[in-house]
Design a protein around this ligand. Structure first.
Ligand SMILES: Nc1ncnc2c1ncn2[C@@H]1O[C@H](COP(=O)(O)OP(=O)(O)O)[C@@H](O)[C@H]1O
Ligand SMILES: [Mg+2]
Length: 383
C-alpha cells in the first residue's frame, strides 16, 4: 500500500517530519518511567509523536505497548472506566496471550473487576475470535486504581513496558467527581514502575489548572513537554524531498516559504495544502500555491464564520487584533488602542479565547491565533 506523504490523520513513516528533540525526551521519560504532560493545540501532532516514539522503542527493545485512551467524549466516571477496561483488555491480551492465564491472574489481583472471555466477530467478517472481556463490579475511583495497578503488575511480571496515553485529559475536569478521578490517577501513577503516563490535551489552559494548582490531586506530578510547530528548516527539507519524489525536481525555498507562511506551519494545514499541491501535474509556483490555499480557505470559511460568530464583540476585536498585530504584551497601551478595547475587559476576553482553544502563547511569549484559516480570513477582510 502506498504511504501518504501528507496525511490528514496520524503521520507515520516518510510522512513524519523531525521532532528529534521531543522524541528523545519522550523516550527518555518512558525509560525512566517519568510521567509527562504533553501540551499542544489540536492537530499539532501529539498522537503522531507518541505513536512514533512507541514504534521506535518497540523496534529497538522487545516489549512495549501503547494504550491510547481518547477521553474527548467521556461524560461520567462510568464512561472513563468503560473505556479504560476496553483498552486494558487489549493490553492484557498482548501481554498474556493465553486467556486461562489472564483470567486466573485477574481473579487473584482484582476484586472489583469481573473478567471473562467472549466470542467476538473477527474484523474481517469471517468466523469469530476470543476476546478478554472486563467489567467493573463497582463504578468508583478504587476500581480505576485497581485496573491501573493490575496493568502495571502484569507488565512488571512480563517485563513489558506500557505507555498509557491519555488524550484530551482535560475532559476529566468537566466530570462530576473530577477530584476523586484525578486522585485515582495520581495514586496509581505514583506507584507505577512499568506503566508510564502521558497526559495530553489540546486545552493548555484547562490542563494547567489540573497540573499546576496546588489544590488539585495531580499537582507537580509530571514532566512537561510542549509540542510546538515544526521548524522552517525541517519542513523545507521534508517538503523538498517529497517534491523530488513526485516531480523529480525540488520545489525550492521560495515556494515552500509561501506554503509555510500561509499555513503558519500548523502541521494539519501544511498537510491539507500540500496534499492538494502534490496532485498537480507540474511543479507548483508561488502563484499556484496562493490560489490553492485561497480556494481551500474559502471553502473552510463557513466553519470560521460559525466559530467567530459565537464570540462577544470584545472577544472578536481582540482576536482580530492578535491576528493583525501579534504581541507578547497584550496589556500595553499601544496594542489596546489598535484593538479598540479597554484594559478592564482584556483579561476575561483573553481567558475566553484560550479556553476556546483559539489562541496560543508561543515559547517566546507572543500570542497568536492557532488556526491559519481564521488568520487568513481576518487578514483578507482587513486588506
Ligand atoms: N511530525 C509530523 N510530521 C508531519 N506531519 C505531522 C507530524 N505530526 C503530525 N502531523 C500531521 O498533523 C496533523 C495532526 O496530527 P495528530 O498527530 O493527529 O495531532 P494531534 O494528536 O495533536 O491532534 C495530521 O495531518 C498529521 O499527519
Ligand atoms: Mg490526537
Amino acid at each position: 500500500m502506498k504511504t501518504e506523504i501528507f496525511p490528514l490523520d496520524i503521520a507515520t513513516g516518510p510522512a513524519f517530519c523531525n521532532r528529534v528533540q521531543e522524541r528523545a525526551l519522550l523516550k527518555n521519560n518512558i525509560e525512566l518511567n517519568t510521567h509527562t504532560i504533553l501540551y499542544a493545540p489540536r492537530r499539532f501532532g501529539k498522537t503522531s509523536l507518541v505513536f512514533k516514539v512507541c514504534d521506535e522503542l518497540g523496534r529497538s527493545k522487545d516489549k512495549i505497548t501503547c494504550i491510547n485512551l481518547d477521553l474527548m467524549w467521556v461524560s461520567s466516571m462510568e464512561d472513563v472506566l468503560q473505556l479504560l477496561l476496553k483498552e486494558a483488555s487489549k493490553a492484557l491480551s498482548i501481554m498474556l496471550p493465553k486467556y486461562e492465564q489472564a483470567l486466573l491472574l485477574l481473579k487473584e489481583m482484582a476484586k472489583n473487576i469481573e473478567a471473562s472471555v467472549k466470542l467476538s466477530a473477527s474484523g474481517a467478517g469471517v468466523g469469530s475470535s476470543v476476546e478478554l472481556d472486563l467489567k467493573a463490579r463497582k463504578v468508583a475511583p478504587d476500581t480505576i486504581i485497581e485496573v491501573l495497578d493490575t496493568l502495571d503488575a502484569v507488565a512488571q511480571r512480563n517485563e513489558h513496558k506500557l505507555v498509557f496515553f491519555l488524550d484530551e485529559f482535560q475532559q476529566i475536569a468537566e466530570l462530576p467527581g473530577k477530584h476523586s478521578i484525578e486522585a485515582a490517577f495520581r495514586a496509581a501513577a505514583q506507584k507505577a514502575t512499568h506503566l508510564t503516563y502521558f497526559f495530553s490535551g489540546s486545552n493548555r489552559h484547562m490542563l494547567s489548572l489540573m497540573f499546576e494548582d496546588k489544590a488539585r490531586p495531580l499537582y507537580h506530578m509530571c514532566d512537561h513537554v510542549s509540542v510546538e510547530r515544526i521548524s522552517k528548516q525541517d519542513y523545507l527539507e521534508h517538503i523538498d524531498n517529497a517534491a523530488k519524489m513526485t516531480w523529480k525536481k525540488p520545489l525550492g525555498a521560495d515556494v515552500i516559504h509561501v506554503i509555510l507562511n500561509l499555513t503558519a506551519r500548523h502541521p494539519y494545514y501544511v498537510n491539507a495544502l500540500c496534499r492538494k499541491l502534490f496532485l498537480l501535474a507540474t511543479l507548483p509556483t508561488e502563484e499556484s500555491v496562493r490560489d490553492t490555499w485561497h480556494h481551500y480557505a474559502s471553502r473552510e470559511e463557513k466553519r470560521f464564520m460559525s466559530e467567530f460568530g459565537r464570540l462577544s464583540t470584545v472577544q472578536k476585536k481582540l482576536l482580530q487584533a492578535l491576528c493583525l498585530y501579534p504581541t507578547d504584551k497584550p496589556a500595553s497601551g499601544g496594542f489596546l488602542r489598535k484593538a479598540g478595547i479597554n484594559s478592564g475587559s482584556l483579561n476575561k476576553s483573553l481567558e475566553r479565547l484560550y479556553t476556546l482553544d483559539m489562541i496560543y502563547k508561543k515559547a517566546d511569549g507572543v500570542i497568536e491565533p492557532i488556526d491559519p484559516v481564521i488568520l487568513y480570513g481576518i487578514k483578507l477582510a482587513h486588506q
